[in-house]
Ligand binder design. Structure first.
Ligand SMILES: [Zn+2]
Length: 102
């Protein structure tokens, strides 16, 4: 995890921190240790894995592939969408005119 509690304050893991310095798990409040491997990204881990399922709300996963859909957008599709929007705008404008003109 990348956030933990230290002296009732939420702190974020970074390589400048000590390996042990009263880090607490936000979920089970057990002791955490700072882990910083070869990569510069530091993180906290339970000193002893006691089955705590705490996970950061947003856990960056470097192995995860970016969810980019390769969709082919062609001009006809854009024009169709545009025409639909234009239709809606025009019909709204028509309503406005109709009311103001009586
Ligand atoms: Zn925990």
């Amino acid at each position: 995890m990348f956030n933990c509690i230290q002296h009732n304050t939420i702190i974020q893991a970074n390589t400048d921190l000590l390996q042990r310095d009263d880090y607490q798990c936000p979920s089970c409040h057990r002791e955490l240790v700072l882990k910083s491997g070869n990569k510069k990204q530091a993180y906290f881990s339970h000193e002893i894995d006691q089955g705590c399922k705490h996970r950061d709300p947003k856990r960056p996963n470097p192995k995860a592939k970016p969810k980019i859909k390769h969709t082919t957008i062609n001009k006809a599709d854009i024009m169709l969408t545009f025409e639909k929007l234009l239709d809606q705008i025009l019909s709204l404008a028509d309503d406005g005119r109709g009311q103001s003109n009586g």
